[in-house]
Design a protein around this ligand. Structure first.
Ligand code: DSN
Length: 421
């Protein structure tokens, strides 16, 4: 009897070689892209389980195919756990990932041409919050709000309110991909109430930190809907969830299926249930507290090394470093330089970036994955110091080689769960 892994190795050596290469890359380097994490071994096992084989169009108790005893069970478990974690009335756990998740909300509650407000992409918003290149950007009339450079890069609520009063949006979207501060839900809600707009918080990056009780929950401020991906700080499989008050339940469920998607990926739904079960355990709160403590330690090390951080630091695990201002490098060179010392990050536009997205001014960092490996503040300080040293002399091969050995030594002491070393 061969194990599934042995079968893959024997029958598809080319694919197997890529798998082993990726395992080695993940084991020997450190992941500082804020949207990535190392998921639980139990999630990996569930993703690779027989739930992959099953079609389950519909919802528990109302499916279009037979054989749904266990698919109904896992979807009910996932929905119940999501409701408990986020203290909400309804959860749809079928969105395949973040973009269809947000599209399903817009298509459920808006008409084409309706006005919506979302954060400008370069100020921290997401593609699905109305960037002109996205289909949703073309389908609706988006009004973009920004941060205020005079107020340390915080959201400019006075400008947001004036714009809302002028344009009367039907929905205001709060949520970001690269805004390093806590989201201040209160002002959004009161501005939305003033103009009669629905409120959506896309908390994809901080969903885990909300579930873990260390960041504010938008439902406590009276938000109507919350979306989150499941694979970032939540440590689950790739996927998305739509959480909402019960009056939106029917519209949201119809929009996800049959409106936008076909058969849900039941292996993903099962794995989401597993991750949500983990997030309900007290240890998850400890993990989230450490994610934030690690972010502060990494930010401190970078600032001490002369780095210029957008908004001056972080309050939500994420950091955006302006590499042009700090080190005279664009983000692409910075990303490649850190790659050379086994640190993975992503290049990132900064607010009103004069440079293009593939050669932007900054890089983006976050601490969920490093924290999953068990790294603490001293390791963050060590990584921050290595990064600054590398970014100061990106052409010094000898120094990069030395730094890479230091980072790899550190990683060897903190194995990534589920990643064969
Ligand atoms: N790609 C994810 C991120 O890195 O933020 C979300 O789109």
């Amino acid at each position: 009897m061969h194990s599934p892994r042995e079968l893959l190795q024997r029958n598809d050596p080319e694919l197997f070689a890529a798998l082993v290469g990726e395992e080695e890359r993940q084991a020997t380097g450190i992941e500082l892209i804020p949207s990535e994490n190392y998921t639980y071994p139990e999630v990996l096992a569930t993703l690779g389980s027989v739930f992959t084989n099953k079609y389950a169009e519909g919802y528990p108790g109302r499916r279009y195919y037979g054989g749904q005893t266990y698919t109904d069970a896992i979807e009910r478990i996932a929905r119940t756990r999501a409701r408990r974690l986020f203290r909400c009335e309804h959860a749809n756990v079928q969105p395949l990932s973040g973009a269809p998740m947000n599209a399903a909300v817009y298509l459920a509650l808006l008409e084409p041409g309706d006005t919506v407000m979302g954060m400008d992409l370069s100020h921290g918003g997401h593609l699905t919050h109305g960037a002109p290149v996205s289909h949703m950007g073309k389908l609706f009339r988006w009004i973009r709000y920004k941060t205020d450079p005079e107020a340390e890069g915080r959201i400019d609520f006075d400008a947001l309110r004036s714009s809302a009063l002028a344009h009367r949006p039907k929905m205001i979207v709060c949520g970001y991909s690269s805004y390093p501060r806590d989201y201040d839900y209160g002002p959004f809600k009161s501005i939305a109430d003033e103009v009669g707009a629905l409120t959506l918080a896309d908390v994809s990056h901080i969903g885990g930190l909300i579930a873990g009780g260390v960041l504010a929950n938008p439902f406590d401020a009276g938000f109507d809907l919350v979306t989150t991906t499941t694979h970032k700080s939540l440590r689950g499989p790739r996927g998305g969830m739509i959480l909402c008050r019960k009056e939106f339940r029917k519209a949201i469920d119809k929009s996800v299926f049959p409106g936008l998607q076909g058969g849900p990926h039941m292996n993903q739904v099962a794995a989401t249930a597993v991750a949500l079960g983990k997030a309900l355990q007290p240890a998850f709160g400890d993990y989230c507290r450490q994610v934030l403590a690690n972010a502060l330690a990494l930010a401190r090390a970078l600032l001490d090394g002369g780095a210029d951080l957008v908004t001056g630091g972080t309050a939500n695990h994420m950091m955006v470093v302006d590499c042009v201002r700090s080190f005279g490098l664009n983000g692409r060179v910075a990303e490649e330089t850190l790659d050379a010392i086994a640190i993975t990050c992503n290049k990132q536009v900064v607010p009103d970036d004069p440079n293009p997205p593939l050669r932007p001014s900054g890089i983006r960092l976050g601490t969920p994955a490093a924290t999953t490996r068990g790294m603490l503040e001293p390791e963050m300080k060590a990584l921050g110091t290595c990064m600054v040293e590398a970014l100061r002399s990106p052409g010094d091969e000898e120094s990069l080689g030395r730094l890479k050995a230091r980072v790899q030594d550190l990683c060897a002491s903190f194995p990534a769960p589920g990643v064969p070393g």
